[in-house]
Design a protein around this ligand. Structure first.
Ligand code: PGA
Length: 232
């Protein structure tokens, strides 16, 4: 397994992307349920709450002495200043050590390659580990100089499909992508797109895949617990 110089990841990374879900009470319930699960030593859990819950989740994790890491789902391309509605890297850094960058749901709203690159650099200079979402190989180009970046490959048509099993052709394309990626880049690569408790092990068995980014199936504590347990 490759190590990331900023974040010394030795284990499989299981990232829960809550997207635009959960109020404080719902987050409390999720955290209480998931904290009852015996976490295997081989996995590192990262929770990506919405901005409104970063403080609450990081406080819960600290006070309950849980081993979860925290990340944001996005960050501003600007440093702090007169940017109404933006959340800067140093504001996030109070609560989190990761930030997702360039999720395809954001790219669809107009986040360009240039913006994704600026945000990635902003995250790095703010000492956040960027998890840059890419849906094709070319989107990783131009970043390879920096091994601190984690890449999450999420084929657009694989997101939110609710498919139960990783089909043979899906796994083949994951293998092909991971092969090509590791031949070119030194960075950590994780996979995302309808990951669930039945297919997680298959994806994590692909050489070069060091973790998973889980959306829909991370919202239900029981399903997420099964993903964690089936990942090892
Ligand atoms: P999904 O989402 O697991 O619901 O497909 C993954 C993602 O969009 O990060």
């Amino acid at each position: 397994m490759k190590t990331n110089p900023l974040y010394h990841m030795q284990n499989k990374l299981i990232v829960a992307n809550w997207k635009s879900n959960f109020t404080k009470n719902e987050a409390k319930n999720w955290l209480e349920e998931v904290s009852k699960i015996n976490l295997p030593n081989e996995s590192e859990i990262v929770i990506l709450p919405p901005f409104t819950l970063l403080d609450y989740v990081s406080n819960f994790v600290k006070t309950q002495n849980l081993s979860f890491k925290i990340g944001a789902q996005n960050l501003s391309m600007f440093d702090r200043g007169p940017h109404t509605g933006e959340i800067s890297a140093d504001q996030i850094k109070e609560f989190a050590e990761f930030s997702l960058v360039g999720h395809s749901e954001r790219r669809k709203l107009g986040e360009t390659e240039d913006i994704v690159k600026v945000k990635t650099e902003t995250a790095l200079s703010g000492m956040l580990t960027p998890i840059v979402c890419i849906s094709n190989f070319d989107q990783a180009r131009g970043f390879e100089f920096d091994q601190k970046i984690i890449f999450a490959w999420e084929p657009e048509n694989a997101i939110s499909t609710n498919s139960q099993d990783a089909k043979a052709e899906d796994l083949d394309s994951v293998k092909m992508f991971a092969n090509k990626f590791t031949a070119t880049f030194q960075n950590i690569l994780i996979y995302g797109g309808s990951v669930n408790s039945q297919n997680v092990k298959d994806y994590l068995s692909v050489p070069g895949i060091s973790g998973v980014l889980v959306g829909g199936q991370s919202l239900d504590p029981a399903s997420f617990g099964e993903i964690i347990n089936n990942a090892v």
